[in-house]
Ligand binder design. Structure first.
Ligand code: 1HE
Length: 269
């Protein structure tokens, strides 16, 4: 089934390095700098931040893609050379704010990955909640080769997906993982044929958008924080979050619907 996306209006329409469109409860946000392989300059960082804090209220899930042959070539290296140490710290913090706006924003984000997913491109992908990789996707952290370190949240997020050892290997040796290796190591949750990623990403986003908003909120906001807590503290936070979610009208209606045989069963896909 094809769904009809329409270009976003207002503030989002003015973000020229992104192409943003919506179809009902799903928004499609595309990194739109294909001539530079979607390399992320300061303007694009700022536009990502603006986009994710200003999503229309009717949007309940986002699909994030890259225009052209690659998802994202990472940091725009042409802006790097003249920065002082102090400017470098502040620059990294602008990435952190934008990546936090994705990870801890209002709605879940599904990244669809193809071609190069490297450096800051992998940092963006790892700030999303799910990743669908096409067979031709590949992952690298060339920061080691460029004489720099990750600065867009990668040291906090990538090891949570693949472990410190794999990230260390990628950075020290320049090891590039192909889509299959990335899938096996947890970089992507889905692996599809080339050209199939967007359709799969939209299908997943539609499912996610149909969940109760407070359920999605608890998965996005509570789950990663609980995973960072000592177990006793995590279980305490879990008890609060689960009581809050259960107390919501949407949860009560969904449980009633199941008991009255109006809702689907859990079935193998
Ligand atoms: C760029 C960038 C970029 C391409 N900054 N301009 N990231 C990297 O070290 C990856 C560098 N890029 C590449 O390895 C390749 O470009 C790709 C494998 C991604 C794609 O190759 P290809 O053959 O399709 O494209 P290309 O011919 O290399 O690039 C096309 C143009 O994009 C070219 O510019 P042009 O003016 O000559 O046409 C490239 O210079 C330009 N371009 N990538 C600037 N990254 C928050 S800290 C994060 C730290 C990092 O991300 S470090 C990793 C940076």
């Amino acid at each position: 089934m094809t769904i009809a996306f329409v270009p976003a209006a207002g503030l989002l329409a003015g973000l020229d390095l992104l192409h943003i469109e919506t179809a009902g409860a799903v928004a499609h946000v595309r990194l739109n700098r294909p001539a530079k392989r979607n390399a992320v300059n300061d303007t694009l960082v700022a536009q990502l931040h603006t986009c994710f804090v200003n999503l229309p209220s009717e949007v309940h899930a986002v699909v994030l893609t890259g225009a052209g042959d690659h998802f994202c070539a990472g940091l725009d290296l042409s802006e790097l050379s003249e920065r002082s140490v102090a400017e470098g710290i502040l620059h990294s913090r602008t990435w952190h704010a934008a990546m936090d706006a994705i990870q801890f924003g209002r709605v879940p984000v599904v990244a669809v990955l193809h071609g190069a997913v490297v450096g800051g491109g992998l940092e963006i992908a790892s700030a999303c909640h799910l990743r669908v990789a096409e067979a031709g996707a590949y992952y690298g952290l060339p920061e080691g080769q460029r004489g720099i370190f990750v600065g867009g949240g990668g040291s906090a997020r990538v090891p949570r997906l693949v472990g410190v050892a794999t990230m260390t290997d990628m950075m020290l040796t320049g090891r590039v993982l192909d889509a299959q290796e990335g899938y096996e190591r947890g970089l992507s949750q889905y692996l599809v044929e080339d050209g199939q990623g967007f359709a799969r990403g939209v299908a997943l986003a539609q499912k996610i958008a149909a969940n109760a908003p407070l359920s999605n909120f608890s998965v996005m906001q509570a789950l990663p924080r609980i995973a960072d807590l000592p177990q006793a503290d995590g279980l305490f936070v879990e008890s609060l979050m689960s009581a809050i979610a259960q107390g919501d009208d949407a949860a009560k209606e969904r449980v009633r619907a199941f008991l009255e045989k109006r809702a689907g069963k859990v079935e193998k896909s």
